[in-house]
Write a protein that binds this ligand. Structure first.
Ligand code: PXG
Length: 289
């Protein structure tokens, strides 16, 4: 496998970073998880924009412009013959000292891995997910804003541990005010009487690109789509609930905290939105050439 490291493609065996890299020492850095479908990188510009916004928020200078970064993603896919796959784009603070001070790290480190994707089992799409609310609340917006896709994912990892311990693959995370934020690695939506609602990002949600795409597709299909503050109650009494994310795409939630959602089966609007989304993944994206 070829890995993009720093400013060029290298063999996997040479793709090594320093033990003094602050990405490792402090989780100091940002990342993106991107999909390639049918020889195209889906939502590439949107991922690059979010990466640079995350970097800006943590005062990290990426030593490459956006166009060069987008090209590096495409080149990494091409070098590995990836037409359908998963791309992990990481920018760390780089090599520094054992102290926290990021200003002592001379240059940010860029890593791009293009690999095959491990998909969720089809059974989960057919039957839907059961999730639980976890005790770990999403980061306070003035601690690490959840809009920053940072390398510091312990908040989400702690939530995931609770989900797995409860026998679930995903979970519901609330913000410190007790409002619905998102899942550990996905955004959450509810549908009630034909109105589709998701929490605004200021409630502690990553501004998911799948989320944004689904909102756009749902509006085009004639649905009313709202970003609104949500309580767990809104999810419990919804007709349908679904999660969105680059890896999961769109997946139904059929049970939350032992409350069956709607009739306890994946709903037809979720199915419709999933079909529209899959259609987009066939036709859109930056060509890998
Ligand atoms: N919330 C969080 C906390 C996430 O990490 C999403 C929402 C969905 O955002 P996108 O832009 O993907 O629609 C994410 C994204 C992984 C993996 O390997 C995680 C994500 C994306 C891709 C892969 O677990 N999280």
């Amino acid at each position: 496998m070829k890995i993009f490291l720093g400013d060029k493609l290298v063999d996997e065996k040479d793709a090594v970073v320093s033990v003094f890299d602050h990405g490792l020492l402090y989780g100091d850095g940002v990342f993106e998880g991107i999909r390639a479908y049918h020889g195209r990188v889906f939502l590439l510009d949107e991922h690059i924009d979010r990466l640079y916004d995350s970097a800006k928020a943590i005062a990290l200078d990426i030593p490459m412009d956006k166009a060069a970064m987008a090209q590096a993603v495409v080149d990494t896919c091409k070098a590995n013959d990836i037409a359908d796959g998963y791309i992990r784009l990481v920018v760390t603070r780089g090599k520094g000292t054992l102290g926290l001070n990021p200003y002592l790290c001379k240059k940010a480190q860029t890593i791009i891995i293009a690999a095959k994707i491990q998909l969720y089992p089809q059974e989960l799409y057919d039957n839907g997910l059961k999730i639980v609310t976890v005790g770990t609340v999403r980061n306070h917006t003035e601690a690490i804003n959840p809009r920053v896709k940072s390398l510091n994912y312990l908040n989400n990892v702690m939530a995931k541990i609770e989900a797995i311990n409860a026998g679930c693959m995903e979970c519901l995370m609330l913000n410190p005010q007790g409002q619905v934020a998102e899942a550990s690695g996905d955004n959450v939506f509810a549908i009630k009487n034909g109105v589709i609602t998701t929490p605004p990002s200021w409630c502690g949600a990553l501004e998911g690109l799948t989320r944004n795409k689904v909102m756009e597709l749902a509006r085009e299909a004639g649905y009313i789509v709202r970003e609104d503050v949500m309580a767990r109650y809104d999810l419990y009494v919804a007709d349908e609930v679904f999660l969105t994310g680059t890896a999961a795409e769109i997946i139904s939630v059929v049970d939350i905290d032992k409350r069956p959602i709607g009739d306890g089966k994946p709903g037809k609007t979720t199915r419709q939105l999933r079909d529209l989304y899959v259609e987009c993944t066939r036709n859109e994206g930056a060509l890998i050439e």
